[in-house]
Design a protein around this ligand. Structure first.
Ligand SMILES: Cc1cc2nc3c(=O)[nH]c(=O)nc-3n(C[C@H](O)[C@H](O)[C@H](O)COP(=O)(O)OP(=O)(O)OC[C@H]3O[C@@H](n4cnc5c(N)ncnc54)[C@H](O)[C@@H]3O)c2cc1C
Length: 501
């Protein structure tokens, strides 16, 4: 039994998923009146995983995610719980315009386009982005029959079937490449955009379903205002939100609240084996061993596969089969006076068909408030990583690519004041067709290793809000499981064995 009847849980991976799981596990144990020791084991020297905020010469730079969707509340809920409510910040929606590069020209996305679905007639009809046959084909969605047989299909097939190939090439592909770094020809519609599947199933037409959703949301907002309960005052009302000091505030606050001493960084977990009685023993690269009652793996699926290979080869094989892609971002700072004209939108997406070496630009100082001094323009670029080429690309080469494309697409020739490049190797899980069946098989195999759960963004929703939701659910589930099977059992003898060298 672990020290003094204390339940020991290790969370492997200190990204937002792991930290959210550790937070939840700690609180769930306390809620049940038990003693808890929750340990976070992170491979890198810092926590945060894909979330990385830096200050560079008075500017706030996001290396990874820069915002999150607000219609999924789970990220904001936890931000408020850790005291960051007053730091929640809206995007600058007076400038919420996105552009698409098509045949070398920059076109605005028509107003009223929600995700891929047009909800306003005039902006759509007058849009320069779509051809007349393309517009007509999208409008066919209003009359096409529904498909509601529960089968999965690729996002590409779904969009082509409902809205036509122009919607896929000019909207679906670049937006999805921007959000998931994904390929719509392999991604599962059921796993990535289940909302669309429900909309077609319930309402037949995506356009009708989106209009009804918007009407319902408007009514709910109006009712809340009438009843005086118009939501929490600190919550942004924009579609996307962030934290005023960058998203790194979130993982830093979580780590602080979990307790810095409970977080071990710079030592990857390499393996797990069964404890002598019950529980599990983790081994790290430095040779340290930790005996625990419960284990939350919040590592990328391929890393979890390596850790679990010794206890369940079948589970490891399923985890290893979840594909990942790489991505890279470059942030450039310019003197505003040298920038040809002030950016007037959130950014520009670049469809694959344009054969460019970037996927998107974000105009940081236009999209967000207070990211840089007044006389600085910040611009962020997503480098296209064909076949993972950014994994080994020199940072200078990434910066050079961003600058070349900026010059060629937007005519920006100015010398940047500084540039920062961030490489994200195998950082984005891809939910390909069949992903949910794989997750079901993983769940079944997990029953053979009681006391181990999987958290993070690899399984049931990626992006910050879903990662937080899933990770908290998994942590609660683990504590429930451990409480039901009699509480702490991990061997004292290995619970704190230090590395031999
Ligand atoms: C460039 C980029 C931009 C993004 N933009 C957005 C956005 O704007 N909005 C949004 O909502 N989402 C965005 N995302 C997605 C979002 O960042 C992720 O969904 C989320 O951060 C995933 O968190 P996680 O904890 O599951 O994984 P990660 O952040 O990948 O954390 C996993 C952790 O496990 C650690 N680890 C790996 N192996 C081991 C080991 N053997 N032992 C110990 N630790 C290990 C890693 O070092 C890492 O810290 C973006 C992602 C990227 C890469």
């Amino acid at each position: 039994m672990s020290t003094g009847g204390t339940l020991r849980i290790a969370v492997v991976g200190g990204g937002v998923g792991g930290l959210a799981a550790a937070w939840e596990a700690k609180h769930e144990i306390v809620r049940r009146g038990m003693d808890a020791e929750v340990l976070v084991l992170e491979a890198r020297e810092r926590v945060g995983g894909s979330i990385l905020t830096e200050r560079v010469e008075g500017c706030l730079v996001e290396g990874g995610p820069d915002c999150f969707v607000t219609d999924k509340p789970w990220g904001m809920d936890l931000m408020e719980e850790v005291g960051l409510g007053p730091h929640l910040a809206s995007t600058n929606d007076a400038r919420r315009k996105t552009y698409v590069l098509w045949k070398g020209r920059v076109h605005p996305l028509p107003d009223g386009l929600i995700l891929l679905v047009p909800t306003r007639v005039m902006p759509f009809v007058t849009s320069s982005l779509f051809s007349w046959p393309g517009k007509l084909r999208m409008a066919f969605d209003l009359v096409l029959p529904r498909k509601c047989d529960g089968s999965d299909e690729t996002l590409g097939d779904f969009i082509r079937r409902r809205l036509g190939h122009e919607a896929l090439d000019k909207l679906g592909e670049p937006l999805v490449a921007g959000i998931h770094s994904g390929d719509p020809e392999t991604m599962s519609i059921k796993a990535t955009f289940p909302r669309f599947v429900d909309m077609e199933c319930e309402q037949r037409s995506l356009i009708v379903a989106m209009l009804r959703r918007m009407r319902a949301a408007r009514k709910a907002r109006a009712a809340a205002v009438r009843s005086g309960s118009s939501g929490r005052p600190t919550r942004p009302r924009t579609m996307f939100a962030t934290l005023d000091g960058g998203l790194g505030m979130f993982t830093t606050a979580l780590a602080r609240r979990i307790g810095e001493t409970a977080i071990h960084t710079g030592d990857p977990v390499v393996a797990v084996r069964r404890g002598d009685g019950a529980g599990w023993v983790l081994r790290t690269e430095s040779g340290a061993e930790h005996g625990v009652d419960g284990l939350i793996l919040a590592t990328p699926a391929y890393a979890s596969a390596g850790i679990l290979a010794g206890v369940s080869p079948a589970l490891a094989a399923e985890l290893e089969a979840i594909p990942y892609v790489s991505s890279a971002t470059v942030t450039l700072a310019f003197r505003a006076a040298e920038f040809p004209r002030e950016p007037d939108g959130f950014g520009l997406v670049v469809p694959k068909a344009e054969n460019r070496r970037i996927k998107a630009f974000t105009w940081v100082t236009s999209k967000f408030f207070d990211r840089a001094p007044e006389d600085i323009v910040l611009l962020r670029c997503f480098i296209r990583s064909a076949d993972g080429e950014t994994e080994t690309m020199a940072e200078e080469e990434m910066v050079a690519r961003a600058r070349e494309e900026l010059r060629s697409i937007l005519g920006v020739d100015a010398e940047p004041l500084w540039a920062r490049a961030y490489r994200w190797n195998r950082a984005m899980p891809q939910y390909v067709v069949g992903h949910l069946d794989r997750v079901a098989r993983i769940d079944a195999l997990l029953t053979e290793v009681p006391g181990i759960v999987l958290a993070g963004g690899a399984y049931r929703g990626s992006g910050i809000p879903d990662t937080v939701r899933v990770s908290r659910e998994q942590a609660r589930g683990l504590v429930e499981q451990l409480a039901a099977t009699g509480g702490p059992v991990a061997a004292d003898s290995v619970s704190r064995r230090e590395p031999s060298a």
